[in-house]
Design a protein around this ligand. Sequence first.
Ligand code: AMP
Ligand code: TRP
Length: 325
Amino acid sequence: MQRVFSGVKPSGDFHLGNYIGAFRQWVADQEGHDAFYCVVDLHALTEEIDPAYLRQKSFDAALNLLAVGLDPEVSTIFVQSHVPEHTRLTWLLECTATMGELRRMTQFKAKAHGQEAVRVGLFTYPVLMAADILLYQAQRVPVGDDQRQHLELTRELAQRFNNRYGETFVVPEAAVPEVGARVMDLQHPERKMSKTIDSPLGTINVLDEPSEITRKVKKAVTDTDGEMRYAPDEKPGLANLLSLMAVATGRKVDEVAAGYSRYGDLKRDLAEALVEMLRPVRERAAALASEPGEVEAVLRAGAARAHDIASVTYARAAEAIGLLS
Ligand code: AMP
Ligand code: TRP
């Protein structure tokens, strides 16, 4: 069975971009794959985050992964810091990576831009991500479009390590969805929807109430020419709404565009479609909230299963690189 690995940062509430770009694929990949899904709390430390908030969001993240439809009987769901091999392998890979290739990472450049004191962890973030993936010998990594470059680096590091020290790691591939790999902010459609951006009206959270979803969709920024066509560069706001409608209804973007003449009608139907898409998630999350012990048990079992695999890979890499066993 093919191995699948992916991760999400517990640095805030999960939003529609996470759901469409990542989680829908994660759920689909449970079928016929040996899947590992990780709450990457160590990655959340690369930016300012309050300890109590991080703790709460890490738990919420696990609960939400169950709510979106991951089945802990089928998939391994765990927290990154519970498996110490992630940081141990990171060091071996940091001694494989170069400053030059990390400096080229666009996410690093964007996040470090304008900061006076950039954390070293923000710089080496993609190496920790490579360790996450390589520890599980994953072939397939379902992610949104923004992670492509990190996956390229992961492949490069795996190949370099294998060439230098002998076959150790499987070289993974990114699995990016065809539509919805880049959900844009509803208020600022030139930037991606994200957890950290100060745009509450532009971000639909997975657990938003139906009335909030409707309000945000109705207020979404479009354009003034009123022409219904899919043109991401010229008409980014409308293109985003059309893509979302396509994803929520399983239709092609052009078909969706052909079905409407007025923006208001599209927004009305989109709000309804998103509410319906997220309804089961909201319901499962509410049910799980009264069973915190269940979430904790899932994470405990997940960490044990993850550790079984991660420890074997780490031992192999350590031996290959010349550490005394
Ligand atoms: P993060 O929230 O940055 O930890 O991302 C978790 C997953 O969601 C990754 O696979 C991202 O590529 C994906 N993702 C995050 N934001 C978006 C977005 N706006 N559109 C599509 N995918 C996204
Ligand atoms: N860097 C990813 C993001 O911001 C999260 C992540 C960490 C990840 N480790 C990973 C994704 C391993 C896939 C595989 O979205």
